[in-house]
Design a protein around this ligand. Structure first.
Ligand SMILES: Nc1ncnc2c1ncn2[C@@H]1O[C@H](COP(=O)(O)OP(=O)(O)OP(=O)(O)O)[C@@H](O)[C@H]1O
Ligand SMILES: [Mg+2]
Length: 272
């Protein structure tokens, strides 16, 4: 339900009714001191759709995700989740909305001192008080099975590979049955085979759960595999939006250089 102090616009009502984008970002600005990071970014993502966000290191990709999840506040602009603008809400008011967003952090995804099972149980413990211990254990098993980690419940994060850690992070992100999934570099630091397996897993999860997904990645190969649409950020703005093929065909010098460089890097890394 749209519950802002003012009267909802037609567009917001459509989004609230499930007829528009699930996430709609408009004219988003964010600076840190004198450093302008985001300078008017806009994007939309609908149900069952995956948007890849590309850009060089330091272009504000992680900041963008943190703004969408409400971990940071924008200087101006709007971020509508199901038609409700969260940009104007206080951080503690965003809690309810955040429950519907699954988030995989770029680094430090898991709690080192908790087992794999405890990591996945964490959001359930905090947000589903009515769930019994055995129900919770069952749900953790189900989630770990979904990401192919059912035999590893008792292991510690330090005892599993990077790819397995990403899987557990994904299971935890799915715990509260989110309708929005935000992934920050899900394949970074993985060998080519593990990266490909994570791509396949992300694709399958998106197909099964029909989430609106935003995947931040520097990996053009991965973006091509999992995204319906891509946007490329540069100097705080979206330089191009389109399919992988549209990016490849672009005449824009910056886009051409980015695609060429990224593709060469990835082909070298993945030896494809
Ligand atoms: N809390 C913060 N305080 C000050 N500066 C910040 C903060 N968070 C991010 N920045 C700055 O904003 C810029 C964008 O950071 P961000 O982490 O979003 O980049 P990125 O595109 O995700 O890069 P990478 O590909 O390396 O992960 C960087 O220059 C970073 O130093
Ligand atoms: Mg980042």
């Amino acid at each position: 339900m749209v519950t802002t102090d003012r009267i909802a616009t037609k567009q917001e009502k459509a989004e609230d009714d499930g007829n528009g984008p699930v996430v709609a970002v408009e004219d988003l600005h964010k600076s840190f001191g004198s450093q302008k990071v985001l300078n008017g970014i806009g994007l939309t993502v609908s149900r069952s759709e995956t948007l890849a966000v590309l850009g060089r290191s330091g272009t504000g990709k992680s900041v963008l995700l943190k703004l969408i999840i409400g971990l940071q506040k924008p200087d101006s602009g709007s971020i509508r989740i199901h038609g409700r603008d969260i940009a104007g809400l206080a951080l503690d008011q965003i809690g309810e909305i955040r429950k519907k967003i699954g988030f995989l952090f770029q680094r430090g995804a898991l709690y080192d001192s908790l087992t794999v099972g405890q990591n996945v149980a964490f959001p359930l413990q905090h947000h589903t008080k009515e769930m019994s211990r055995s129900e919770r254990a069952g749900r953790v098993r189900e989630l770990l099975a979904e990401v192919g980690m059912e035999g590893d419940t008792e292991k510690m994060p330090s005892d599993i590979s990077g790819g397995m850690q990403k899987r557990v992070g994904l299971a935890r992100a799915l715990a509260l049955e989110p309708d929005i999934l935000l992934l920050d570099e899900p394949t970074a630091g993985l060998d080519p085979i593990s990266a490909g397996e994570i791509d396949d897993l992300v694709l399958r999860l998106e197909e099964e759960h029909h989430m609106a997904s935003i995947v931040v990645t520097h990996d053009l190969h991965s973006a091509k595999a999992i995204a319906d649409r891509l946007i490329l950020l540069h100097e705080g703005n979206v330089v191009i939006e389109g399919t992988f093929e549209e990016l490849q065909k672009s005449d824009d010098e910056f886009v051409k250089a980015f695609v060429r460089q990224s593709w060469e890097d990835i082909c070298r890394e993945r030896r494809v």
